[in-house]
Write a protein that binds this ligand. Structure first.
Ligand SMILES: [Zn+2]
Length: 143
């Protein structure tokens, strides 16, 4: 008798279920949903506990997102294992807004609204946002 085996279809279903549990992707719609920030304040620091998930969705390095948040808030921000550690006390709603903005500017293509993009350095305080879904390419402000 063979051991545990699973068809590709079953595997995909499992993956789907795992994703919808994280309430990142709505079940039927293929519309991209920006993940919600799960943050807590600990002493004088704010900890984003799901930066790994957020970075995966954005297809960016967590350190890149930390850099952006650091610029936005003008405080030091680090990545400690799978958590983003921000100096200072910031409300979850505030963090959510900033992450949402990051996605809107630096992840989601403004032409086709898909998140299949990458950033390329363009120098002079600019990035190019390159969309792999529709092929558009445009400049965005560097953070
Ligand atoms: Zn596009």
């Amino acid at each position: 008798m063979k051991g545990f085996s699973m068809s590709d279809e079953e595997y995909m279903k499992l993956l789907d279920r795992a994703f919808s549990k994280a309430h990142i992707v709505s079940s039927e719609s293929s519309d991209f949903v920006i993940p919600k920030v799960d943050s807590i304040v600990q002493g004088n620091k704010t900890i984003v506990r799901n930066i790994g998930i957020i970075a995966d969705k954005a297809r960016r390095d967590p350190k890149e997102i930390a850099r952006y948040i650091s610029r936005e808030l003008a405080v030091p921000v680090g990545i400690d294992e799978q958590r983003m550690v921000i100096s200072g006390r910031f409300q979850a709603a505030d963090m959510d807004k900033r992450i949402q903005r990051y996605f809107e500017i630096y992840v989601i293509c403004r032409e086709c609204h898909k998140p299949d993009t990458r950033l390329e350095g363009a120098g002079r305080g600019m990035f190019y946002l390159v969309c792999e879904a529709c092929g558009s390419r445009y400049g965005v402000k560097h953070y």
